[in-house]
Design a protein around this ligand. Structure first.
Ligand SMILES: [Zn+2]
Length: 469
């Protein structure tokens, strides 16, 4: 009888969240949040970061029993944090959730005719606005679903600590320090949050970690200024040509990594099995995959979820805006590695140094850029992963795509390594959402299903039958 009642309650909570979407309230909440210009890469938008936390999220969360405290960032270049806690009973399980209120720059003048980053607009069944996908719809969904469970059940059956940061789009400065200094605040049994894309727009997805990212600069400065090529060509070494040759030793002409130490550990069987069930589909407007690019012998899914990749992000010599007939003095390339768990990022530059020196490129200087985010992964068989998969399948009646890690990068190392939590991500966007570019949007049907899934998941978390940690 008890379990029948709880199923009825679950269904009613899900109906209530459908109503929240269908009557336009979700859209209103999201549009109001999108309208706050929280562009963290713009220093003069700092007050907007505070406004998002103080005037938008704090009243919203306080209304259903959260204690909201805004904390300063331990780093001067970092934005504020909101820590919102709702404790029912310390003996109940505690979930930590996370979101980021900041967005990348709006690039207002580059959006399609009729669209603006700050005024959420529906067109062709999509909701356009900066931060819709990344990350405002995602945390709006998760918080609204908590509220729906509370309203239906009268209590949650679990405790929550929510961390909303405002610097993710700048590499989350200070997040690691803040969490390390406040471990007591974030004591939890599991971490469940949302960001990033689903594997395919129509398939519910979870991932349990992310690849890491490591950015670095390669600089070759041979002399103080340019010299006329008619007088000096053939006499002075050209740094652009040397840099091109150096880059060509890092991968072959089809992108295969040639530095042995940069290659990943072989995939474990459970990871290989999980990846074998995946099929990449970015949805409409996604680019065609170049099948003959990257690591030979791997499937497309293994390349993104189970391997390491190197990219040249930019490469400049001379002045591309005003090419002159001269030998440029300098060449600079910005490199970038995405890597899976099990690869040690501290070895990237030393092994590149050794590799370049062995090929005679010892004049090229190497420098790491900003903090790296480490790669993390949770085994797909972990009890919390299984719990979440079952709950989502119960709600949607669909098979969940299970990614051992996201191909992209999130500050998940802070939660998985500093706070030592099992980490579950339930993304509510899709790969074609144009996050970080003009025309960012969400698909309303994913948002609606995300609301249903999260309501079911929070409901189940409070039902007393959770994995023991
Ligand atoms: Zn982002």
């Amino acid at each position: 009888m008890a379990s029948m009642m709880s199923t009825a309650g679950r269904d009613t909570a899900i109906s209530a969240i459908e109503e929240y979407f269908d009557n336009g309230t979700f859209r209103e909440d999201l549009a109001r949040r999108v309208a706050i210009r929280t562009e963290s890469p713009e220093p003069d938008k700092r007050p907007e970061l505070y406004r998002y936390l103080e005037e938008e999220l704090t009243p919203y969360l306080s209304d259903f029993g959260f204690d909201c405290v805004i904390h300063e960032n331990p780093r001067p270049d970092g934005g504020p944090f909101l820590v919102a806690t709702r404790t029912e009973d310390p003996s109940l399980p505690t979930v930590m959730t996370y979101g980021h209120g900041d967005v990348v720059r709006g690039y207002d003048d580059q959006w399609q005719e009729g669209l603006s980053p700050w005024n959420m607009t529906e067109e062709n069944g999509r909701w356009y606005g900066r931060g819709t996908a990344d990350n405002k719809a995602q945390h709006t969904i998760n918080l609204a679903a908590i509220k729906a469970v509370l309203e239906q059940r009268g209590h949650l059956g679990f405790n929550v600590v929510a961390l909303i940061e405002t610097g993710e789009e700048c590499g989350s400065p200070g997040l690691k320090e803040f969490c390390a200094q406040n471990k007591d605040l974030f004591k939890a049994d599991v971490f469940i949050a949302s960001d990033g894309p689903r594997l395919r727009p129509e398939q519910p997805t979870i991932f349990m970690g992310s690849r890491g990212v490591f950015n670095f600069t390669m600089t070759l400065e041979l002399r103080g200024g340019g010299h006329h090529s008619g007088n000096w060509g053939g006499l002075l070494a050209n740094p652009g040509i040397i840099m091109a040759h150096a880059l060509a030793t890092i991968t072959d002409a089809r992108g295969k990594l040639l530095i042995e130490e940069w290659r990943p550990q072989p995939m474990t069987n459970s990871v290989r099995l999980a990846i074998s069930k995946l099929k990449i589909d970015g949805g409409e407007n996604s680019p065609d995959i170049d099948e003959d690019w990257g690591e030979p012998g791997l499937t497309s899914e293994e390349k993104v979820f189970g391997s390491n990749t190197f990219e040249v992000r930019s490469f400049v010599t001379g002045n591309p805006r005003n090419p002159v007939n001269a030998i440029p003095p300098k060449a600079v390339a910005h490199g970038h590695i995405r890597y899976v768990a099990g690869t040690d990022p501290m070895t990237f530059l030393p092994s590149l140094r050794k590799h370049l020196d062995a090929q005679g490129f010892n004049q090229i200087e190497l420098e790491a850029e900003r903090d790296y985010m480490n790669a993390t992964r949770l085994d797909p068989d972990h009890p919390w992963a299984q719990f979440s998969i079952k709950s989502i399948e119960k709600t949607t009646d669909q098979e969940v795509a299970v990614l051992p890690n996201l191909g992209g990068t999130l500050p998940n190392d802070v939660f998985a390594e500093v706070l030592e939590l099992p980490t579950i991500w339930v993304p509510h966007s899709y790969a074609g959402c144009s996050q970080h570019a003009p025309n960012e949007h969400v698909l309303p049907e994913i948002c609606r299903q995300g609301l249903q899934m999260m309501t079911g998941l929070w409901w189940d978390l409070g039902s007393g039958d959770t994995p023991k940690s």
